[in-house]
Design a protein. Structure first.
Length: 133
């Protein structure tokens, strides 16, 4: 799991070199960008990692489903929680509506961990459309 934040404006200059360095150093299976706020970076990520390895995550609509599935995987013993104190504190400090319990709380590590598992979760079938020829 890798999570990187940039001061406003620096992401435009540091993002692409950092992603190329990650690709060089690690065997990246998938990249999960936020397709709402991170829409501008999609072509860059697809160019570096390949279109098949970039799976956008709509944070506005998918966060609850992602946490529900992650919780189920943890409960079933399929997704162990990394023994990383800042992550555990964030998870303990989250309220039921998946927001930090205090206004000073952060949930970036927990969000990154949940999003890293997103491609492993089965996607619900939304519906079928019958095409007639």
């Amino acid at each position: 799991i890798s999570m990187k934040t940039y001061p406003v404006g620096e992401d435009l200059f540091q993002f692409e070199p950092d992603m190329r360095l990650l690709k060089q150093r690690y065997n990246i299976k998938w990249v999960i960008p936020d397709n709402k706020g991170g829409r501008w970076m999609m072509p860059v990520l697809e160019g570096i990692f390949g279109k098949a390895r970039v799976e956008p995550f709509n944070f506005t609509t998918d966060k609850k489903a992602g946490y529900d599935r992650w919780n189920q995987a943890i409960t079933n013993g399929l997704a162990p929680i990394p023994n990383y104190v800042p992550l555990i504190k964030q998870m303990q400090g989250m309220s039921n509506d998946l927001k930090p319990a205090s206004s000073q709380g952060k949930d970036d590590l927990a969000d990154a961990c949940m999003m890293s598992m997103w491609p492993l979760f089965p996607k619900p079938i939304v519906g079928f459309r019958i095409l007639r020829y």
